[in-house]
Design a binder for this molecule. Structure first.
Ligand SMILES: Cc1ncc(COP(=O)(O)O)c(C=O)c1O
Length: 462
């Protein structure tokens, strides 16, 4: 039997060998593991995870911005198991089941304004893909069939499926798959640390208006942006930015999509990023923290205005995914939201975000720390070659800094965080939302010496 052979193989070969031979890891240079171990994480508890050797790590990235309530919650797992026994699966294509309905109503209750209609997906890319299709079909059915283009921001990551990728503004992720779905076009992001030449923070929202006018308002379906942009390192919006973008969208009948795959579910201390910055989008896309990743699930949350044309006659949103709204995932999401409410998870972020940020700001005396930015439990440190001039690293230097030293050394010392160079090199920290002063002190105890050493190495003093 195949399963017996697999079991035998597992017994006789190490997981490392099997992983190297069979597992295709995402966004991963597989060659990096020819002479290094694959980090194999075997269990988690609270803010910590453990590898196959029993080493403990502080999960300073919530397993890719996902595990908001922390690891190892038996009660949330139990909610999934109980649901599996009652009804393991039924689809949302023409049918419903209690958990999908309850969850949709719960999300509508928590979402801002009249965002009352919930279309489930299985993850972030599916949510963005669905939102783009919804925007296009909405304009078609309301008499504007040429409104198909999507405006997003440079360096923003909105997912990998071909539609979502057209919104993603990272050339290195787009180029291997050209030609993409047509219509994706980009404006400057809100990197106020490195403002584009000739622009001020106040101009950034107006760049959206210029882009719409340049493309032709009759051709633009939607603007998609994150409340705080992840890729590039936690770019927060300048004062009034979102309100101005909302006005611009209204002027041109362009839909506003708030991509909250990361920024919802307490990450910024609120249920949604739109609450934190006080704006009302037409659509919110979300995933990750919706279930704290105890099961894969995402959602598109649409306003009543947007859903309205789809509620009559023979019209439907011609789109769906078999697993979306899966009852086990919906039960897990409900249990996750219960935990967030019962245990005051959002309140914990609000209470401690200042302390978290102060700890990171205290690292500014290290010569390669150029900027510290972010909101809530979603923060980044930009690393510069020279603190006085904020000089940027060359591509080769960034490789040496991040992949040659920082990523490995931080992990070796027990801290999982993100050393990223999709824009300028940054370290990103986004711990579970149950973290507090004890974890901040641990993060600092690792980050400080490692960043000091990184600077010395890069400047040839080690
Ligand atoms: C803002 C944003 N949108 C979309 C996605 C894609 O989500 P997924 O990886 O679940 O497909 C991500 C993933 O990190 C994201 O951060």
């Amino acid at each position: 039997m195949a399963s017996t052979r697999a079991a035998d193989r597992t017994e006789h070969s190490s997981l490392q060998e099997l992983g190297r031979r069979h597992l295709w890891m995402h966004f991963t240079r597989m060659s990096a593991y020819e002479d290094h171990e694959i980090p194999i994480i075997t269990r988690g508890e609270g803010c910590y995870v453990y590898d196959q050797h029993g080493n403990r790590f502080l999960d300073g990235l919530s397993a890719l911005f996902c595990v908001n309530i922390g690891h190892g919650r038996a009660d949330v797992a139990q909610a999934g198991a109980d649901q599996a026994k009652e009804l393991g699966f039924f689809t949302n294509w023409s049918y419903a089941h209690p958990r999908a309905i309850e969850l949709a109503a719960r999300i509508a209750d928590l979402a801002p304004g009249d965002l009352n209609r919930v279309f489930f997906t299985s993850g972030g890319s599916e949510s963005v893909e669905s939102a783009i299709k919804l925007a296009r079909q909405y304009h078609k059915v309301t008499g504007h069939p040429n409104k198909t283009k999507i405006i997003a921001r440079e360096i923003a990551y909105h997912g990998t499926s071909l539609g979502a990728l057209t919104a993603t503004g990272i050339p290195a992720l787009r180029e291997p798959f050209e030609p993409l779905t047509p219509g994706g076009t980009h404006v400057p992001n809100t990197n106020t640390f490195r403002m584009p030449h000739g622009l001020s923070a106040g101009d950034l929202a107006d760049a959206v208006a210029h882009k719409i006018e340049f493309e032709g308002p009759d051709t633009v379906a939607a603007v998609i942006m994150e409340p705080v942009q992840n890729a590039g390192g936690c770019f927060t919006p300048p004062e009034g930015y979102w309100q101005r973008v909302r006005e611009i969208c209204d002027e041109h009948d362009v839909l506003l999509i708030s991509d909250e795959v990361i920024c919802a579910w307490g990450r910024l201390g609120e249920w949604f990023g739109a609450h934190r910055y006080d704006y009302l989008p037409d659509i919110i896309t979300t995933a990750k923290g919706l279930t704290s990743a105890y099961a894969p699930m995402g959602a598109v949350i649409a306003s009543d205005r947007l859903a309205e044309p789809f509620l009559h006659g023979d019209r439907s949103f011609a789109h769906g995914f078999t697993f979306a709204g899966h009852p086990i995932c919906a039960a897990v999401a409900l249990a996750n939201i219960d935990v967030m409410e019962r245990e005051g998870i959002l309140g914990n972020v609000r209470a401690h975000e200042g302390e978290f940020r102060a700890m990171l700001d205290s690292l500014r005396d290290i010569p390669i720390v150029g900027d510290v930015r972010g909101a809530g439990y979603f923060q980044a440190i930009e690393l510069v070659k020279d603190q006085d001039s904020n000089a940027q690293w060359t591509h080769e230097e960034a490789e040496t800094l991040l992949r040659g030293f920082l990523s490995g050394e931080l992990y070796r010392r027990g801290l999982i965080c993100r050393a990223d160079d999709r824009g300028d090199p940054v370290i990103q920290l986004s711990p579970p939302l149950i973290a507090g002063p004890e974890q901040f002190a641990e993060i600092e105890a690792v980050l400080r010496p490692v960043l000091v050493e990184a600077g010395e190495r890069m400047h040839g003093r080690v």
